[in-house]
Design a protein around this ligand. Structure first.
Ligand code: HSE
Length: 399
């Protein structure tokens, strides 16, 4: 029997306990052993839960119990998740997490400790919820020359954008709807400002480059500035707006970012709608591979967490641990990123725009002018906008 402890009995913790219990036959067959949830750590008691007798409030009970093989950290946030993870690894226990914040901030340190202690640190559920994506990237595509990993990494913002495109609703209205449906948090900042997607692209980027770029060094924009007019303009030229995390590996180095992008209606990522997530990997010789599915929710996230547990049980702790170091080495300045840009300006006409931006495609002209530029460096676009001195209404890059 493999004894595990679950840290945090919220939505994901409850989903993990339920999956292990209800699918005991499947997990026993796949893992080669039964699983016993020996402890559940939470600040609260759950007197009416079938797991009420496993609830403890002191992490040291778990860390000091030699019977505990694996600790499942699904509490979220950086602290005390960081301290508990270090303590569990140092106590010789495998650790599994769904907590992207702690992986993005401290994943390099955890993996080094895991390596040293001969245990596993796994985090499949931290990106893309139930979508198996990290493990395939580590185990199945690493032999390719990866040129980009990009994705729709946040379900809430994808739901909001889908609503704006499908029903012509505004941002505020669509956010309220996402909150009413329970997708967006009461405080939705981490989703709509791009923070959640930033943590996830940091993790994906680390797997393909070996460098965990600190999140504060990742250019991050959310979707709060996207207006009905931008949605209409992009639809007019056959483009959709998606919040993307992108890690591009080129000759000159690595560009890593989160921002809304306009992409052609025909591309696979543009067809991903609602709360769904998708991750696309581009490499040589494999070409384009896309992973798609539910990026959040108790069942989907629990599936990824328990999948990690199955792999640990089957591998007998011989985990193929990815190596990553926190580094900015080879990471390019965002000002050097080159892309076509959609720009909407007030107070200028086509003639002035052409004088400064050269050959542009005008989408609409009236109270404001909306146009698409040729591919240009970020730094140059900023300079040109400064020179024009017009009122900037919106600016979205194309892919
Ligand atoms: N708030 C996140 C989302 C949950 O909307 O995708 C999963 O990280």
């Amino acid at each position: 029997m493999t004894n595990v402890a679950i840290l945090g009995f919220g939505v994901v913790g409850g989903g993990v306990a339920r999956l292990i219990t209800e699918n005991m036959k499947e997990v026993t067959r796949l893992g080669g052993d039964g699983i016993n949830i020996k402890y559940i750590l939470d600040l609260r008691d759950f007197p009416n839960s079938p797991f009420a007798d496993r609830v403890v409030h002191d992490f040291d009970i778990i860390a000091s119990d030699p019977e505990i093989d694996t600790v499942i950290e699904v509490m979220g946030g950086s602290h005390p998740a960081y301290e508990y993870t270090v303590k569990a690894l140092r106590a010789g226990k495998n650790v599994i997490t769904s907590n992207k914040e702690v992986v993005a901030n401290f994943g390099d340190e955890f993996m080094a400790i895991a390596e040293e202690m001969g245990v596993c640190y796994r985090f499949e559920a931290s990106v893309g919820g139930g979508i198996p994506v990290l493990s395939p990237i580590i185990n199945c595509v690493g032999q390719n020359k990866i040129t980009e990993v990009r994705g729709i990494l946040n379900g809430t913002t994808n739901y909001i954008l889908t609503k704006m495109f499908s029903f012509g609703d505004g941002f505020e209205e669509s956010l309220r709807d996402a909150q009413e449906r329970g997708y967006a948090e009461r405080n939705p900042d981490a989703d709509i400002l791009g923070t959640d997607a930033c943590r996830k692209i940091a993790i994906l980027g680390a797997l393909v480059t070996g460098k965990l770029v600190p999140t504060e060094n990742i250019h991050t924009e959310g979707i709060t500035g996207i207006r009905k007019q931008d949605v209409e303009a992009s639809a007019r030229v056959g483009l959709k707006i998606k919040l993307l995390g992108r890690c591009i590996i080129g000759e000159s180095g690595v560009f890593i970012m989160v921002a809304p992008f306009m992409l052609p209606d025909s591309t696979p990522l543009s067809t991903v709608s609602g709360v769904y997530n998708a991750v696309e990997v581009v490499g040589e010789p494999i070409g384009n591979v896309m992973f798609y599915g539910q990026g959040a929710g108790a069942g989907a996230t629990a599936s990824a967490v328990v999948g990690d547990l199955m792999q640990i049980m089957r591998s007998g702790r011989n985990c193929a641990q990815p190596i990553m170091v926190k580094s900015l080495d080879g990471v390019c300045d965002f000002d050097d990123f080159k892309a076509q840009q959609y720009i909407a300006l007030g107070g200028v006409g086509a003639e002035q725009v052409r004088e400064v931006f050269g050959n542009v495609q005008i989408i609409s002209e009236g109270e404001e002018i909306a146009f698409i530029t040729q591919a240009m460096r970020e730094g140059d676009v900023k300079k040109k906008l400064g020179a024009l001195g017009a009122e900037l209404k919106s600016r979205i890059r194309l892919i």
